[in-house]
Ligand binder design. Structure first.
Ligand code: SAM
Length: 286
């Protein structure tokens, strides 16, 4: 019997359902239910909450979310082998666990929560699609989104790119998007040995709190400006912003950013100002 519920230990679940981890599905399972409970608590309090979990696998985090009091968990899993194992959890927590078999990248999660707003997303993400999923959630329109919190496990290197400050090597497009729309924070690291099989790198749990009113900015323009600036991160902006088309000096003159500055030195507010200036300049008649 495990510490958090009366379901069998995860090793037994994996053996019984022949759930040997597959690299192609980014499967690194957490079998320590105390650790999954710690992750669930980081997303708490969960009483009354609707939680979307991506990639429940054998269900260690799913069980923790339910044991911590989530009213409802909607779990999206691509691996058909895991569905029977998850059905056993659903039977233990009647009416509280909905299992969706499919690709999380192709799901309309807002529709899955059936109006239970705000919901939250909690996941030990498959690392091969973690950034794609995150960028999708950070790019939702309208803003604020349907979730009130994201609690997600990433490779440490990705977590550092998310929370990076200007001037650091990790600072780039992901930091600008994440910090413009949310307040991201690394909560704690998880050593490779906590996973089965152990990945090559340390992981980090990151919590994102959506900003209710980020500084107004056209997201597509922000993405284009940061793509141009960080596409040549060592070049001065008067050079790197040429790839946008138009005159970078005219664009920079609309802001108080020096033409000789480089992308990695510009704070998020500076990129927002650049994106807004770019939209204004494009709207001007030639
Ligand atoms: N939550 C479990 C845990 O913590 O032990 C498993 C986490 S494992 C890192 C990632 C999970 O995501 C696996 O169960 C894998 O099958 C699933 N997965 C991979 N690609 C997926 C996709 N495109 N959509 C939904 N689930 C996916």
């Amino acid at each position: 019997m495990s510490a958090i519920d009366d379901l069998p230990p995860l090793r037994e679940v994996i053996r019984r359902h022949a759930l040997a981890a597959r690299k192609s599905l980014g499967q690194n399972f957490l079998l320590d239910l105390n650790l999954t409970a710690r992750i669930a608590r980081a997303a708490g309090p969960l009483e009354g909450a609707t939680v979307v979990e991506i990639g429940p696998g054998p269900g260690g985090l799913t069980r923790a979310l339910l044991a911590e009091g989530a009213k409802r968990v909607i779990a999206v899993e691509r691996d058909p082998r895991a569905i029977a194992a998850l059905a056993e959890i659903a039977a233990r927590y009647p009416q509280r666990l909905t299992i969706i078999e499919g690709d999380a990248l192709a799901q309309d999660l807002a529709a899955l929560i059936e109006g239970a707003r705000p919901a939250r997303i909690v996941a030990n993400l498959p690392y091969n699609i973690a950034t794609a999923l995150l960028v999708g959630w950070l790019s939702l329109e309208p803003w604020p989104p349907w979730y009130d919190m994201l609690v997600l496990m990433f490779q440490r290197e990705v977590a550092e790119r998310i929370v990076a400050a200007p001037g650091s090597k990790s600072y780039g497009r992901l930091a600008v998007l994440a910090q413009w729309r949310t307040e991201p924070r690394i909560l704690f690291d998880v050593a490779p040995q906590a996973f089965v099989p152990p990945p090559k790198v340390t992981s980090s749990l990151v919590r994102f709190m959506p900003r209710p009113a980020p500084v107004a900015c056209a997201r597509a323009a922000l993405e284009q400006v940061t793509a141009a600036a960080f596409g040549q991160r060592r070049k001065m902006l008067r050079q790197s912003l040429k790839s946008l088309g138009g005159d970078p000096l005219a664009l920079l003159a609309e802001t108080d950013i020096e033409p000789t500055a480089r992308a990695e030195d510009i704070p998020v507010a500076g990129f927002v100002a650049l994106a807004n200036a770019w939209v204004r300049l494009r709207a001007k008649p030639a």
